[in-house]
Design a protein around this ligand. Structure first.
Ligand code: AMP
Length: 336
């Protein structure tokens, strides 16, 4: 963090503040871990609240402090009052207001100072203080740097547990190319605060229902290859979800299995969301294959070079058909 930003931050927090921390909608471990780490950091001297746009996977309920997270959809009036009183709003792990969904207008209408901490590309220009670096492994790594710069003596086991969980989740357990030697140093430092790394692994990855395993089997079985292209895609229909008691977060990681096949550079998962009238799309890639550009150009989405998301308002079948045409075009234009 540069000196001017640090001075600004120190100025802002030189007195007691009403702070609202916001993750992106359907927060994952990095988004929620960032919010909760800052919650524990600020709680002694400020009024702090985390407001999530919507529900998230109950897998993350093990994170210390998660019982205090307010879900906007369930507590609209309370959340709106907290926005009215807020002096400072942190937007964490997203950089375009659309990703805060139903909270975006509350953020723009607020007179609070907005601080963005995020590691996605192409940030929108809505924050008063923008801490944005797409080379970072995770927002949790950035929040570690933030806390370290502002007051490293306040790091404790709760903060370390939240940050370590977010970093592990966003780096695929320190595997993805965004993992640097500094990411590993941060992980190593966090362990010195007594983080139980085995327990975190168990809670994140070995904590599912039997039906989720069946759904994984079905999703893997549905994978299709596009002739002569290094691309696999699969889908989960509304019916597959119904049969397998689908819950938020159940399909986390499924799309990565496509990349386990030799020669495959891009893997895609379509999830039918009839209640929202959309197909949610997850894109994963490796090497030079940039899925963020593809997602933005063809599916109203974006994200990272190797991990992006998008949406389609067509039916599942029509979305798959469109995808096949688009990906052929994209590969022809960019990689042939
Ligand atoms: P997911 O496949 O949902 O795990 O998303 C992978 C990454 O893509 C996320 O971490 C976000 O950075 C990004 N992303 C997902 N959905 C969208 C979207 N609709 N618009 C922009 N970025 C997205």
């Amino acid at each position: 963090m540069n000196e001017q930003i640090l001075n600004n931050i120190n100025d802002i927090f030189s007195k007691k503040r009403n702070i609202v921390l916001i993750p992106h909608s359907s927060p994952d471990a990095d988004a929620l871990g960032s919010c909760l780490a800052l919650y524990h950091f600020f709680i002694d001297n400020n009024n702090v609240n985390i407001i999530s746009p919507n529900e998230y996977t109950d897998i993350l309920n093990f994170l210390p402090g998660s019982e205090d997270v307010i879900v906007y959809e369930n507590y609209k009036e309370k959340s709106e009052n907290l926005f009215k009183d807020a002096d400072v709003i942190f937007t964490l792990d997203f950089n375009s207001l659309g990703r805060a969904r139903n909270l975006s207008s509350l953020i723009t209408e607020s007179s609070a100072k907005i601080i963005m901490i995020d590691h996605h590309e192409n940030p929108d220009n809505y924050a008063n203080i923008m801490i944005s670096d797409s080379k970072m492994s995770s927002t949790c790594e950035m929040v570690y740097d933030f806390i370290y710069a502002v007051d490293n003596e306040k790091i404790n086991n709760n903060i370390a547990t939240c940050l370590y969980t977010g970093i592990v989740a966003d780096t695929g357990s320190f595997r993805f190319p965004s993992t640097t030697s500094k990411t590993l140093k941060v992980g190593s430092e966090l362990i010195t605060y007594g983080v139980n790394i085995t327990e975190i692994f168990e809670k994140l990855y070995n904590n599912f229902q039997f039906k989720r395993l069946k759904l994984l089997g079905l999703t893997i079985n549905n994978f299709k290859k596009i002739d002569e292209l290094p691309v696999l895609y699969t889908s989960i229909s509304e019916q597959d979800q119904f049969i397998n008691d689908f819950k938020k977060g159940d399909s986390e990681g499924f799309v990565n299995f496509g990349l386990s096949v030799s020669g495959i550079l891009c893997s895609v998962l379509f999830i039918e969301k009839k209640d929202e009238g959309i197909i949610k799309i997850s894109f994963r890639s490796k090497g030079d294959f940039k899925v963020n550009i593809f997602a933005a150009r063809y599916f109203n989405g974006g994200g990272h070079k190797h991990a992006s998301g998008g949406v389609s308002k067509l039916s599942l079948i029509e979305t798959e058909k469109k995808f096949i045409v688009d990906i052929k075009q994209y590969i022809k234009e960019n990689y042939e």
